[in-house]
Design a protein around this ligand. Structure first.
Ligand code: SAM
Length: 316
């Protein structure tokens, strides 16, 4: 059920309450909204994100799998469940501040036959013993967490010595700026100039506007790549690495996603979906193979970060 105006007002100064309201509400339709699936397409996408930031050679396909992985801000389980299907981890714990999301993620895991338990949990106080997990992952979650220093300390605490964390899908400062501007311009143009028969019903558009009000509260941070590296180092991580990706793909993708939020899917059809996906794929290729070599990393839309809890010293 969508949040009422009174709930939206109450959450204006409380990012955690806003997160629970917003993501509980989104949980039922989240997979459809973001085209999330647990098949080869999304498994390849998740594993590629992991490999984009984990130094080459650290995880050799088929020869190294983490035993126990923990996901923070799991949503419906997109990242960890697909990483498990891609052979990165054997068993998992999915956690999220939103009970609705944890329910959907554990249901998705059960449907896939994966060994996963779900917990409602705040990334700033992870309810997991010290040094108990091999891998901590997250996708599009760090930018929602108010106290990131505390969250990174928690991540390092729960990791076993030598354990790794990998976070992907975090907006960069400049990427967020152009994505927002493009999204706002697309929404304005679509809702003004598209024929009424092409727009979603007014009640749905109003609901989207209420969601946008919560979105401005849940989105707490944007990242400079250097600052993200410093955050991880400050918590004690070693082997820290930050990479960025998606520039042309983001400039194309954000207007497309905004347009799709205003127009019902049946008006657009399969042809549109294939055009949008294939174009995004081609532009991602351009970003990875060409633009990443010549454009500064701060201009790309997504930041990914990895690091390791220092291994115990070998006794003499
Ligand atoms: C943008 S969604 C991403 C969901 C999922 N990781 C994905 O990529 O599809 C962010 C998720 O982080 C969760 N979240 C926000 N703040 C959190 C916090 N402090 N602790 C744990 N989860 C949080 C939200 O409830 C939401 O499910």
């Amino acid at each position: 059920m969508s949040p009422t105006q009174a709930e939206v007002d109450a959450a204006r100064d409380d990012p955690k309450l806003a997160n629970v309201l917003y993501h509980d509400w989104e949980s039922a339709t989240y997979d459809e909204k973001w085209s999330i699936s647990f098949d080869e397409r999304c498994t390849t996408f998740a594993v590629d994100r992991f490999r984009a930031v984990v130094p080459p050679g650290h995880v050799v396909p088929g020869t190294e799998t983490y035993d126990h992985a923990l996901e923070l801000g799991c949503g419906t389980g997109f990242f960890l469940l697909n990483l498990m299907q891609g052979g990165i981890a054997r068993r998992g714990t999915v956690t999220d501040l939103s009970p609705g999301m944890v329910e959907v993620a554990t249901r998705n895991a059960a449907n896939l036959g994966l060994d996963v338990e779900g917990r409602v949990a705040d990334a700033e106080t992870i309810p997991v013993p010290d040094a108990s997990v091999d891998l901590v992952v997250g996708h599009a979650v760090l930018h929602h967490i108010p106290d990131l220093d505390q969250a990174f300390r928690e991540i390092l605490r729960v990791l076993k010595p030598g354990g790794r964390f990998v976070f992907a899908g975090e907006p960069t400062r400049l990427g967020d700026l152009y994505a927002r501007k493009l999204g706002q311009a697309t929404w304005w143009a679509t809702t003004r100039f598209a024929p009424a028969a092409w727009l979603r019903p007014q009640a749905e558009l109003d609901e989207s506007s209420r969601a946008a009000a919560l979105e401005s509260v849940v989105d707490q941070h944007v990242f400079d790549p250097d600052r993200l590296e410093q955050l991880a180092h400050a918590a004690g991580a070693v082997d820290v690495r930050v990479v960025t990706e998606e520039l042309a793909a983001a400039v194309f993708g954000w207007p497309v996603r905004t347009f799709e939020a205003a127009v019902p899917p049946e008006k657009l059809g399969m042809g549109w979906a294939m055009f949008a996906y294939r174009t995004w794929q081609r532009l991602s290729w351009l970003d990875a193979r060409v633009l990443s070599r010549v454009v500064p990393r701060s201009l790309f839309y997504n930041a990914l970060v990895t690091g390791v809890r220092a291994p115990d010293p070998v006794p003499l």
